[in-house]
Design a protein around this ligand. Structure first.
Ligand code: 13P
Length: 252
């Protein structure tokens, strides 16, 4: 399966910084066309930058996938502060991240809400990137698979298919900490996720499972070599053009 190298920009940057970031990524990809034969690239900027990033991407013949970091579970109406999946679609997004651990942790998002958001996103024609992952306490208690299994069965809606859904395994203890799951540990969880998805979806072999959590140029090659790791969801290192491209190169 072709790898997906995805940058979750989180709440970072500015108009100027993010323009420079996307221009740098596009320039790098254009200078090394073989990168695109090894992997797809995606960026997930904050909502307000989506239209301008979309323009840059379009000017570069749409070589990069564009997505948002969240969406509403509602289609339209009196929901102050929300952004609907259709609005994302209209502004150029094809993908949306849902259920990131930062949203679960700081915004109280539950599996049930994530499932409703994913359903709305699928209905609007968006591909969801549904995040799952255990905390350090849960891992140390030997409950990692139990937690991830529950997140998978409760946050993936019935509208999900191998084509409109991507799973990102992001152990919470590895996010932004510099600690990474070893390729063996990550593969063990990805294998478990694939097996679990077999029970829920047809063609789960075709579904991409990304790893996220301190992925960087130094560890990307070993992680991406694991049979069930189909790409990366990258935070910090996706904000540096050279690091992001170098992670793409690790998929070659
Ligand atoms: P870091 O790569 O900064 O650890 O973030 C991972 C992440 O949360 C991607 O969604």
């Amino acid at each position: 399966m072709k790898k997906l190298i995805a940058g979750n920009w989180k709440m970072n940057g500015s108009i100027q910084k993010n323009a420079l970031l996307i221009q740098g990524i596009i320039k790098g990809i254009e200078a090394e066309p073989n990168l695109l034969s090894a992997c797809d690239f995606a960026v997930f900027p904050p909502f307000v930058f989506i239209p301008s990033i979309n323009k840059e991407i379009k000017n570069a013949a749409g070589k990069i996938i564009l997505g948002a970091q969240d969406c509403s579970a509602f289609d339209a109406g009196a929901y102050t502060g929300e952004v609907s999946p259709l609005m994302l679609k209209e502004t150029g997004c094809t993908h949306v991240i849902l259920g990131h651990s930062e949203r679960r942790q700081y915004h109280g998002e539950t599996d049930e809400l994530i499932s409703r958001k994913a359903q709305a996103a699928n209905k609007a024609g968006l591909i969801t990137v549904i995040c799952v992952g255990e905390t350090l306490e849960e891992r140390e208690a030997g409950e990692a698979q139990k937690i991830v299994g529950r997140q998978l069965s409760s946050s993936i809606p019935e509208t999900a298919t191998a084509e409109n859904t991507i799973i990102a395994y992001e152990p919470v203890w590895a996010i932004g900490t510099g600690k990474t799951a070893t390729p063996d540990d990550a593969q063990a969880m990805h294998g478990f996720i694939r097996k679990k998805l077999n029970e829920q979806l047809e063609d789960s072999q075709k579904l991409r499972i990304l790893y996220g959590g301190s992925m960087k140029p130094e560890n990307a090659k070993d992680l991406l070599a694991a049979p069930d790791i189909d790409g990366g969801l990258i935070g910090g290192a996706s904000l540096q053009v050279a690091d992001f491209l170098s992670i793409g190169r690790a998929a070659l």
